[in-house]
Design a protein around this ligand. Structure first.
Ligand code: MG
Length: 254
């Protein structure tokens, strides 16, 4: 009887198991949509952490006096971030009553955990390339100062900004957001991967496989419908960035 139990145990050990989905969930501007908090708020980051998302994305601009703030748009309530002082911006409130977060406060809010990566998007300056590069340096310095380098990844639409991050922080993981470069060009430039709009990946069907062959990471934004999520999961996209992290988590459980 004991032998039979042992044989059954051995058999179960060798049963083929279905491959678990490897695609990871990134909450786009935090988990805000289904939690009724403002996007890019610290509350949205905390919800993404509570959901155990692989990453929580957020956007960073720089005040006129060189303090980085977290917000998607270039302006808040009609006030341009790049033309306003940090002191003035610090008086601004999000719709849930939180102050407009500085990058420093945002990084500190995400610090005491390791499950959810901080996906830092460096926004392109509307004023000059110099300001985009200055913001890049500020971001890398603040990530180091707050002690979150090991859980922070970078994304940017400006290729020069991506290269600058790699120069300042060679071990940081950097993905390019504009979809005008093929995987081979990203690999040649020493970047770590792409984060492209899903429509670009549907148009360039070989790019996901090409990137994997080149050991680049693959991420797609902003995917909110189940059909596109499944399309990317089937093609083994490493990450999906979504406003619907709850839906994607559920889909990956099936
Ligand atoms: Mg973004």
């Amino acid at each position: 009887m004991k032998e039979l139990a042992f044989m059954l145990m051995l058999l179960s050990f060798f049963q083929p198991v279905s491959q678990p989905a490897t695609t990871k969930v990134i909450a786009h501007r935090g988990a805000w949509k289904n939690t009724n908090v403002p996007e890019n708020s610290i509350a949205a980051l905390q919800h993404a952490i509570a959901l155990k998302c692989y990453g929580s994305e957020f956007d960073v601009h720089m005040s006129v006096d060189s303090v980085p703030f977290v917000l998607h748009d270039h302006s808040i309530q009609g006030i341009l971030i790049e033309k306003t002082t940090a002191a003035e911006l610090s008086k601004m409130k999000l719709s849930n009553g939180e102050p407009l977060p500085t990058l420093e406060s945002y990084l500190l809010a995400g610090k005491d955990q390791t499950q959810t990566r901080l996906i830092l998007e460096i926004k392109t300056s509307q004023i000059s390339k110099e300001r985009s590069l200055a913001l890049t340096k500020k971001c890398v310095d603040l990530v180091n100062k707050t002690g979150v380098a090991s859980i922070t990844d970078y994304i940017a639409f400006d290729f020069d900004v991506c290269l600058e991050v790699k120069k300042l922080a060679p071990r940081a993981h950097v993905q390019y957001l504009s979809s005008d470069k093929a995987p081979e060009q990203l690999a040649a430039a020493g970047l770590d991967g792409f984060d492209y709009h899903y429509s670009v990946l549907k148009k360039n069907e070989s790019w996901l496989a090409d990137a994997h062959r080149l050991k680049l990471s693959t991420n797609a934004w902003t995917v909110n419908d189940e059909e596109t999520m499944r399309w990317l999961i089937d093609r083994k996209a490493d990450m999906i960035t979504t406003n619907e992290p709850e839906k994607l988590i559920e889909l990956l459980r099936k």
